[in-house]
Design a protein around this ligand. Sequence first.
Ligand SMILES: C[S@@+](CC[C@H](N)C(=O)[O-])C[C@H]1O[C@@H](n2cnc3c(N)ncnc32)[C@H](O)[C@@H]1O
Length: 270
Amino acid sequence: MTTTAPTPWLAANEALWDARVPLHADSDWYDLAGFRAGGLALDHIERAGVGDPAGRSLLHLQCHFGLGTLSWARLGAEAVGVDFSAAAVERARALAAETGLPARFEQAEVGALDLGRTFDVCFTSWGVLMWLPDLTAWARTIARHLRPGGVFFLAEGHPHLFIWDDEPGKDGYRPRNPYFRHGAPVVDEEAGTYVDTSATLGLPQYRWNHPLSEVVSALAGAGLRITGMDEHPVLPWQPLPWLVPADRPGFYRIPGDPFPLSFTVTATKD
Ligand SMILES: C[S@@+](CC[C@H](N)C(=O)[O-])C[C@H]1O[C@@H](n2cnc3c(N)ncnc32)[C@H](O)[C@@H]1O
């Protein structure tokens, strides 16, 4: 029998996300109580990008502990959520059982996913791409799971966010990291999660910055046709301390909106 050593990035990132699940599920940020009371864990950008999901099958990639997937189900979709974190999938399945919402959850690394079926919609959002070393495998997963005429929607933080120093310099924003990293990961210790920047788990994390060109090229390379792309001056978390709250609750912007903070892509399979 041969055994394969676990890939360091995969084992490390899985451990990090497993540890984040209880912290996130108990946080005000995810507002589980509001969801249990009938709320939706989806924002205006996600809702506009997917449209009315009622009666459509929907695959949610990197679904975390399931609130988004269950929200699509609450809106009438036949939803399947996928995440590589065993703790996230376990919590998502428990929430599905508790709420009686018709969503299923599968544990898988996104690049290796093959459910053997197709969907009307493939959806993924906010804080997903930086965890993936290989957007070619990601895009192939999307293409493999979309029916002809099916729609893919991505909402994500803008890749230039990786560049900036936490503190702007005297004369403006100060770059800290290169935009182009040519596939090399940023390996560091997690310094607080986005739901609570003071809650440091002290675990290693592997992240990759993917320029916009890489995202679009990966989707096109997998045979998908890009039907829309937008950049937005807002973002639903605060990755840099110099962002300020935007008009929409939970969203942030830069005073004067000098450059985009997030982007969306819509694609289809012909
Ligand atoms: C920021 S969260 C997802 C955000 C989602 N919009 C939310 O707020 O619930 C990122 C998710 O990606 C998952 N993830 C990271 N790398 C993955 C991979 N290679 N394959 C599958 N899931 C992955 C993590 O477990 C985590 O649940």
